[in-house]
Design a protein around this ligand. Structure first.
Ligand code: ZN
Length: 441
């Protein structure tokens, strides 16, 4: 296998391993934190004073599901180089009092989280993961849990009993999507099982946030194994690749920042989402922690760049008419630069120029995405972040199929491309002159 191919293969395999152990946003943030710890990053607490030093490497979490890591150069810094992605994916959240009894079965009561494609959730082994809130002698603590076995299934209704199933049937979440849990009503509650799995006493439980997840592992598909198919490629593919680029890059002139937010799939307006105070407060505290004031923050932000990295739609083989006539990304085609006249994507000609220059320097291909003019398309982090802090910003992604299915498909080479582009971006500082000419150093 040629060297480039084996490096991109390894990068894709590492991604699949990361996704496998990250069934929820809590686990994704926790696993990113563990990788940062291994590299010597120091954890900061939002409720403690930050004492930062030039050359220091730090990270901070909010809610256990959003994370910002940053690395400070030895010399005075120019601005911030940020890549932002999201930790969450569409799923089903298990409701309070989860058991639904009837017809000799117990099912679990769920509500939809985000814009999930419903049909692929049927007839495949599922389980549940998330966090438990537990009473301890000291107070309340949060414990991550993953019930790591094939536990649940959402059975379809047989075709004989629903002749309309293949004719665009409208599924109802409350009726159709509640997974089968047991026939043993009254024996062991679902929360008792989750508590046992987490090694905590059921009597000590004070709360739970648990989500269904698909048990099928990620794998390589295609005649030349040119595709990867896996749960949660949107957006753990961008998260993981930007984290690798972040960890590999050296930067002497700007503060490099890796940002991963929860709740993008439900609009980002939560305590820890991209629309929250998490990023602006962190930026301000970095400046203050280094002895600078608000003026320093404002000047630094004007020499900063945000890449909002969230996966993009590849042209679908059966539905080419759903894509734009020209700007139709393909898997393994490299970084997708996203444009939208209504500013759902923040890329403008200037920020795109920066990206094209960076990709060229990194030896990475790029391609463009614009919605079909008669389709609304989606939205993502970039424009929400721009309402909080407003440096130069661009939206990118990696091309994939079946977005928001519990099993998605993307290009096996593209993770490597984003790692390389992210490394190049994080190694650069943006210099802006008085005529707003940009230079990357
Ligand atoms: Zn996404």
């Amino acid at each position: 296998m040629p060297e480039k191919e084996s490096r991109s293969r390894k990068s894709a395999q590492n991604l699949l391993n990361f996704i496998q152990k990250s069934p929820t946003s809590f686990h994704a943030a926790e696993n990113a934190a563990a990788e940062l710890e291994r590299q010597g990053f120091v954890r900061l607490q939002e409720n403690r004073e930050w004492k930062l030093a030039p050359g220091g490497e730090y990270y901070v979490m909010r809610n256990g599901s959003s994370l910002i890591a940053f690395s400070i150069p030895e010399q005075p810094f120019e601005g911030f180089q940020m890549i932002c992605s999201h930790t969450d994916s569409p799923a089903f959240k298990i409701k309070e009092i989860p058991e639904l009894e009837g017809s000799g079965y117990v099912r679990l009561n769920v509500e939809k989280y985000g814009g999930a494609l419903l049909v692929p959730w049927f007839d495949r082994p599922l389980s549940a993961a998330g966090r438990l809130l537990v009473r301890t002698p000291e107070g309340i603590s949060s414990v991550l849990v993953n019930i790591d076995r094939d536990l649940l299934i959402i059975p379809s209704l047989a075709i004989h009993l629903n002749r309309e199933a293949n004719n665009g049937y409208k599924y109802q979440i409350q009726k159709d999507l509640c997974p089968l849990y047991t026939q043993g009503a009254g024996k062991r509650t679902f929360l008792a099982l989750a508590a046992e799995e987490a090694g905590v006493k059921e009597e000590a439980l004070l709360g739970a946030e648990l989500y269904l997840y698909n048990r099928q592992k990620g794998t390589f598909t295609g005649a030349d194994e040119e595709f990867i198919s896996s749960p949660r490629l949107d957006d753990l593919q961008c998260l993981f690749a930007s984290l690798q680029g972040f960890l590999q890059a050296e930067n002497r002139r700007s503060i490099k920042m890796f940002c991963a937010f929860d709740n993008e799939e439900v609009g980002s307006r939560s305590r820890q989402g991209a629309a929250s105070t998490f990023l602006p407060y962190t930026l301000e505290r970095i400046c203050c922690g280094l002895g600078g004031g608000r003026e320093k923050l404002m000047t630094a932000l004007a020499s900063s760049f945000i890449i909002s990295a969230d996966n993009a739609h590849a042209v679908h083989p059966a539905y080419p008419e759903k894509s734009d006539a020209q700007n139709r990304p393909r898997m393994n085609g490299g970084i997708v630069i996203k444009y939208n006249a209504y500013q759902k994507y923040t890329t403008d000609a200037r920020s795109a120029a920066v990206l094209k220059l960076l990709c060229g320097q990194a030896g990475v291909p790029w391609q463009t995405y614009v919605n079909h003019s008669d389709a609304a398309g989606g939205s993502t982090l970039g424009n929400i972040l721009n309402a909080q802090v407003s440096p130069y910003t661009a939206d990118i992604g990696l091309a994939q199929l079946a977005m928001h299915s519990p099993y998605e498909t993307a290009g096996a080479e593209d993770s490597w491309y984003l790692e390389q582009a992210a490394k190049e971006f994080y190694s650069s500082a943006l210099v802006v002159d008085e005529k707003e000419n940009l230079r990357l150093e």
